[in-house]
Write a protein that binds this ligand. Structure first.
Ligand code: AMP
Ligand code: ZN
Length: 493
């Protein structure tokens, strides 16, 4: 008997706009595909949030006993600037600017992506396919779409015929857009003259002579369209119809809309049962994105080496901060929010640390099984992590009361409480038992603050040699002091 047989999960399906009862296509098995990063630069925390939401979902589904095949791709070709059919390939552009091979760009930022995710305690997906590793599958898929009459070839490029498709299908079914409105709102852009209609999108693009990343195909030496990659890779590993497809909210249109159209055109059926979209991370009230410059990289947040936060935050605190919001809500990353999350995280870890010191009694003043089911109910309700965390704090409060002698717990209940608390905190939310490292960081921070105070006193006493010595020796040890209007802050390299 698996746990999932007693738990009834509801998932908000972006396709229907409703929370639906979750039942996988094949009982006991789940296929989940999440659009991975385009590896042309360091991931920022916005990207991380989306992947973390699906990491938590993967963890919970696995915990319930499902056999989950989780596919998260790496986009290493075909994603053009502005997410449209024009402009340079994001990876090629970076390679040109840095004067290195495109595959060096891919390697560098794939490694960065993996390092960041590992630091934040992500589980690896079951398969991490690359777009360039699946060119043959993509060419075959295009051939099928052409043969089915939904794509056309012009000057070596292949375009999806959205208007033809819409005659017998609904383009806009996911994003709730109407083709008529799109036609109305789309200006014909220069350079798109190859297309029958501006709404059509590229399945294959003929490479300009200067375009380095190119592959032979029946139509030209060229490269695949970004939307096509995900259809080819998800179909290959999860089949023509699979359970969950996820990604950030910004991918709903056109990317996911086009994935639906491609599958429908090639296979005559919708690809996905449950479409899930994670909401955006903001930074001080505005959407985090590379292009706007309003972003922060994980390494800068860990070290405190940035001009947006007053100090560094541990990976556990960052993870806790993100899990305090539902994956479907917008979340604003602020210094105050992180400081509050740090307090909460430490409080929870402290209670967990006290679990081993509790004295047991004959009876309990806390109903552990009722509480346990409330934890499951929160997660079953479309993975409601903020409610789950509220329940974890309820247990933390009880632990502290037992510790103070104002509440009692039986040995049996204590054992269960410990197991369930550990499961939800570490296995499902993915928080790390970083209490010891956290204590280490706190002590280091306190020590640096003492040195900052001594340096300030030295300056007041006009002992500049000493104040400079403190600053320089700290810098040598990798701790940089920054003097600002609000006082001195520091970052650890
Ligand atoms: P990209 O590498 O640009 O293809 O993006 C990788 C993933 O990060 C996609 O699923 C995006 O939807 C997601 N993403 C980008 N910006 C944000 C943000 N500010 N908040 C949450 N997710 C984001
Ligand atoms: Zn995708």
């Amino acid at each position: 008997m698996q746990l999932y047989e007693n738990q009834h999960i509801k998932i908000y399906n972006s396709l229907s706009g409703e929370k639906e009862n979750f039942s996988p296509i094949n009982q006991g098995y789940i296929g989940m595909y999440v659009c991975g990063p385009t590896v042309y630069s360091n991931v920022h925390l916005g990207n991380v949030r989306t992947f973390m939401s699906f990491d938590m979902i993967f963890r919970y589904l696995k915990h319930l006993g499902f056999k989950v095949r989780y596919v998260r791709n790496i986009t290493d070709a075909g994603h053009l600037e502005n997410d449209a059919d024009l402009g340079e390939d994001k990876i090629t552009k970076k390679a040109r600017v840095e004067e290195i091979e495109p595959m060096e760009v891919v390697q560098r930022y794939t490694v960065d992506f993996h390092n960041v995710l590992q630091t934040l305690n992500f589980l690896p997906p079951s398969i991490e396919p690359t777009a360039t590793g699946h060119i043959i599958e993509q060419i075959e898929l295009i051939e099928t779409i052409i043969n089915n009459g939904f794509a056309y070839v012009v000057n070596g490029s292949v375009y999806f015929d959205v208007h033809k498709y819409n005659e017998s299908n609904e383009y806009g079914i996911l994003s709730k857009r109407k083709l008529e409105d799109l036609i109305h709102n789309t200006r014909t852009l220069d350079g798109q003259s190859d297309k029958k209609n501006p709404q059509d999108f590229a399945l294959w693009k003929k490479a300009e002579p200067t375009h380095i990343m190119r592959w032979p195909s029946p139509w030209s030496d060229g490269f695949p369209g970004w939307h096509l990659e995900c259809t080819a890779m998800s179909t290959k590993y999860l089949g023509e119809f699979f359970d969950i497809h996820g990604g950030g909210m910004d991918l709903k249109f056109p990317h996911h809309e086009c994935e639906i159209a491609q599958n429908q055109a090639a296979k005559g059926q919708a690809p996905v049962k449950y479409w899930m979209h994670a909401n955006m991370l903001e930074l001080n009230g505005a959407r985090m994105s590379k292009s706007s410059g309003n972003y922060i990289n994980p390494a800068e947040l860990f070290s405190g080496d940035n001009d947006k936060m007053s100090k560094g935050f541990s990976p556990g605190v960052i993870r806790f901060f993100m899990m305090q919001a539902s994956y479907r809500s917008i979340l604003d990353l602020t210094n105050d929010g992180l400081l509050a999350a740090e307090k909460g995280f430490n409080r929870l870890m402290e209670a967990l640390g006290n679990l081993d010191n509790l004295k047991t009694n004959n009876s309990s003043s806390f109903n552990v099984s009722e509480w346990q089911q409330k934890c499951y109910d929160a997660m079953n309700d479309d993975f409601n992590t903020p409610i789950l965390i509220a329940h974890l704090f309820e247990a933390a409060k009880f632990i502290n009361q037992v510790n103070d002698g104002t509440a009692s717990v039986s040995a049996q209940d204590l054992a269960r409480l410990k197991t369930v608390l550990h499961t939800f905190t570490f296995d499902i939310l993915g928080l790390e038992d970083s209490q010891s490292s956290n204590v280490g960081t706190e002590k280091l921070n306190a020590t640096v603050e003492i040195l900052i105070k001594l340096r300030k006193e030295a300056r007041i006493n006009k002992d500049f040699a000493l104040s400079d010595q403190i600053r320089d020796e700290l810098a040598e040890a990798g701790i940089e002091l920054k003097d600002g209007r609000e006082g001195t802050t520091f970052s650890i390299k």
